[in-house]
Design a protein around this ligand. Structure first.
Ligand code: HEC
Ligand code: HEC
Ligand code: HEC
Ligand code: HEC
Length: 151
């Protein structure tokens, strides 16, 4: 123990550099943290307002019918006849106007089907619901069901 802290000065230098680093971090954080950070949670409050500013622009099913007649006809005779195209494909006004340029969502099946067909006591009892852990787990729903004519 006698010699342990004999040369403590270099430790003080290290401590000074460390404290300087902490100081620089605190100043930088104060300078660069956006004003609305933490308003609602651990994110920028303004990001919510920015996203609310984007208009969801729908074209409506009649527009899709013009160019996708076959899918439209198939779906109108199916169990999914009550669903609008954009329920699954997302708001698609811009795709309808410029289909080659504006890509549209081609949804993956799992999350999409979950949204409406997972077992949920809030749903009507006679609404078709499947237990995703037991109903062909590990397989793609689309391997057996066509989303435009699911039966
Ligand atoms: C003016 C004609 C037109 C209209 C209106 C239109 N589409 Fe399309 N759609 C196309 C064309 C053309 C393609 C192929 C684009 C390509 O592959 O470059 C396409 C492709 C698609 C695809 C496949 C995308 C992919 O990644 O394979 C989906 C899904 C789709 N359209 C859905 C819709 C829906 C839903 C609507 C109604 C909101 C709609 N379309 C309206 C012409 C149209
Ligand atoms: C229940 C959800 C759902 C609805 C409603 C729906 N689609 Fe789709 N659609 C999908 C999924 C999922 C795919 C991807 C299929 C795949 O990858 O096998 C798809 C694929 C497509 C494609 C690409 C070509 C193909 O057949 O794979 C077109 C075009 C399309 N949909 C148009 C439409 C139109 C037009 C409507 C309305 C008349 C519509 N969809 C309604 C889920 C839906
Ligand atoms: C936005 C909600 C919604 C989404 C997303 C959706 N469905 Fe459906 N589905 C429905 C509705 C509504 C019916 C008709 C229920 C009725 O007849 O009471 C239905 C009916 C069905 C049926 C027929 C069941 C029966 O016994 O009549 C099957 C199978 C089915 N869906 C599979 C799928 C698959 C697979 C997906 C994913 C690609 C999917 N659905 C996505 C709403 C949805
Ligand atoms: C290996 C083929 C296969 C796969 C994969 C599959 N299914 Fe099915 N599904 C069937 C068959 C066959 C039926 C009809 C017989 C029955 O009720 O079990 C059915 C019935 C259904 C029904 C109607 C149930 C009812 O009560 O009327 C729904 C909803 C459904 N499937 C959704 C899904 C969803 C969502 C997925 C993906 C997680 C999926 N299926 C994956 C073959 C499949």
């Amino acid at each position: 123990m006698k010699y342990s802290y004999k040369d403590y000065k270099h430790l003080l230098r290290l401590l000074a550099i460390f404290l300087l680093g902490v100081g620089v971090f605190l100043i930088a954080r104060a300078l660069f943290t956006p004003a609305s950070f933490g308003e609602f949670g651990h994110y920028r409050g303004d990001s919510l307002r920015e996203n609310m500013g984007f208009a969801a622009e729908y074209a409506g099913m009649a527009a899709c019918k013009k160019c996708h007649e076959a899918v439209y006809t198939k779906k109108s005779k199916s169990k999914h006849k009550g669903l609008s195209c954009e329920t699954c494909h997302g708001p698609a006004l811009r795709h309808s106007l410029e289909p080659k340029k504006e890509k549209i969502v081609k949804p993956g099946s799992k999350d999409l089907c979950h949204l409406c067909h997972s077992i949920n006591s809030v749903r009507r009892k006679d609404f078709p619901q499947v237990d995703f852990k037991k109903h062909n787990p590990g397989e793609d729903c689309l391997a057996c069901h066509d989303s435009h004519d699911p039966l």
